[in-house]
Design a protein around this ligand. Structure first.
Ligand SMILES: NC(=O)c1ccc[n+]([C@@H]2O[C@H](COP(=O)([O-])OP(=O)(O)OC[C@H]3O[C@@H](n4cnc5c(N)ncnc54)[C@H](O)[C@@H]3O)[C@@H](O)[C@H]2O)c1
Length: 447
């Protein structure tokens, strides 16, 4: 059984030994027999967390043993507790992990800024982790997640579930088939207009905290601020720099995922963002980020340009649509991969469209079947098969997305990225934004 080492011991040994400490999680994580069920805890049972939980628990080999939410109301903790009455309930994820022996795996579906603190502590206790996208709030945290997963030999999956849909899997298989030839450039965009606040200042005053909400626990590692109804919790935290990662952070790990998967991208060499000036606390309403990646066996040159655009109604420019039939309208979000032989459009959550060079008509493609992203994690944690969005993969994808959010702070400034050293050698003024400070007493359990 697990639980030989407690969460407090993890934090304490980190404090004593310093940042380099390594706990051999494999030596105390539970090895499941073929007929044993995976005991799962969920942190953040409302919002997306509800479908994460129900998705994982769809496996008959999963038993939900712990549920955690800072909000005890029906739509957050309530309905999960009703559906899984045998599970122990918590308001504080640290207490759930204090009772680490009750879970083999943890689903982390909190707002972005709490992904790494919860996941790192869970992994250091030898727990398998399914964590929502973007994997983390900072570039440094993303690297830590990858390292913690490797060091503790746990099964991980980021919650970019579209990766497992037939649509994205078909796109990846098609690029790998060589049908469009080697890829020369990529353009990815999100034209939707989010409902969450952007480009605003902090509202004045303070509202009474609802009885069901533990506001201090919600704030977790973030700096303290007064509660305001409908501004942060739930859902609207996305637009606030302390909590979310803006439109690029919200969608980049979905839309850029088939680009990364198909072209085997890892870290960019350089990026330059264009964006209006940032308000002190919120993200902008539009951004363009031009990444340069090293070439791979699926790309045409030594380097590959990948451009991200987000703004209401935005689409890639005419030079890009020139590779497509005049009658074809690009979807509201997705990617265009311009290859040596053809152009592939990967709409955000729809089957890809293939246009061979010069042809006005679409070429039929063979559909690649989807798999269950949630059950895949539960199965892999029980020793059956593997996940496809491991932190080894999703860590660098998230680093890339979050480097874009660093770039948004310095419009027009090229940022060269030394991925190995995690440095921006040509513009060190941006380096502090690769990480952040943490509320006292809430410092994560670094690897
Ligand atoms: N994969 C997808 O398609 C997809 C879709 C939506 C959201 N998401 C991701 O899911 C995460 C949650 O987003 P959301 O829209 O559901 O947010 P939300 O604010 O609507 O829901 C978060 C839930 O977690 C709870 N919570 C917040 N902090 C907590 C903490 N410290 N401990 C325990 N519970 C806590 C909240 O009460 C709420 O129930 C984000 O990372 C987001 O990017 C992914």
């Amino acid at each position: 059984m697990s639980g030989h080492i407690s969460r407090r011991q993890v934090i304490k040994s980190l404090a004593v030994a310093g940042a380099a400490v390594a706990l051999p999680a494999v030596s105390y994580s539970r090895v499941l027999g073929a007929n044993e069920r995976l005991r799962v805890g969920s942190v953040g049972t409302g919002g997306k967390g509800w479908s994460d939980l129900v998705g994982v628990a769809a496996s008959p080999a999963v038993e939900v043993t712990a549920l955690c939410n800072i909000d005890s109301s029906a739509q957050h903790l309530g309905r999960a507790a009703e559906k899984y009455p045998a599970a122990k309930t918590y308001a504080d994820w640290r207490k759930l992990l204090d009772n680490a022996g009750s879970v083999d795996g943890v689903i982390v579906s909190t707002p972005d800024f709490m992904h790494a603190p919860v996941s790192l502590a869970a992994m250091q206790l030898g727990k398998h982790v399914f964590c929502q996208k973007p994997l983390t709030h900072t570039v440094f945290e993303a690297r830590q997640m990858k390292e913690a997963a490797q060091r503790n030999k746990v099964v991980t999956q980021m919650g970019n579930q579209i990766q497992s849909h037939a649509a994205y899997r078909t796109a990846v298989a098609l690029v790998h088939s060589g049908k469009i030839g080697k890829v020369k450039e990529v353009h990815s965009w999100q034209s939707g207009q989010p409902s969450w606040p952007r480009n605003i200042d902090r509202p004045a005053g303070e509202d009474a905290v609802p009885e069901t909400v533990a506001w201090d626990l919600w704030q977790g590692v973030a700096p303290r601020r007064p509660y305001k109804a409908g501004i942060y919790h739930p859902f609207n935290w996305r637009g606030w720099q302390d909590y979310g990662t803006g439109q690029l952070g919200d969608f980049g790990c979905h839309i850029l995922d088939p680009v990364f998967k198909s072209l085997l991208l890892t870290s960019p060499l350089e990026l330059t963002a264009e964006a209006p000036p940032l308000k002190p606390e919120t993200w902008t309403e539009s951004a363009t980020v031009r990444y340069v990646f090293p070439g791979t066996k699926y790309t045409a040159g030594d380097t590959l340009n990948v451009t991200w655009y987000d703004a209401a109604g935005v689409r890639p420019p005419a030079e890009v649509t020139a590779h497509l039939p005049k009658s074809y309208s690009l979807p509201g979000a997705g990617s265009v991969l311009i290859g040596e032989k053809g152009t592939l459009v990967i709409p955000h959550v729809a089957m890809p469209k293939l246009f061979m060079n010069g042809a006005e008509t679409e070429t039929a493609i063979e559909e690649f079947p989807g798999v269950d992203h949630y059950v895949q994690w539960a199965d892999a944690a029980r020793g059956e098969g593997e996940t496809t969005s491991t932190f080894d993969y999703s860590g660098p994808l998230t680093e890339t997305v979050l480097l874009g959010t660093v770039g948004i702070r310095f419009p027009g400034q090229a940022l060269k990225w030394d991925a190995q050293e995690m440095k921006i050698p040509n513009f060190t003024a941006a380096e502090p934004w690769l990480t952040k400070s943490y509320a006292k007493g809430w410092e994560p359990a670094w690897v």
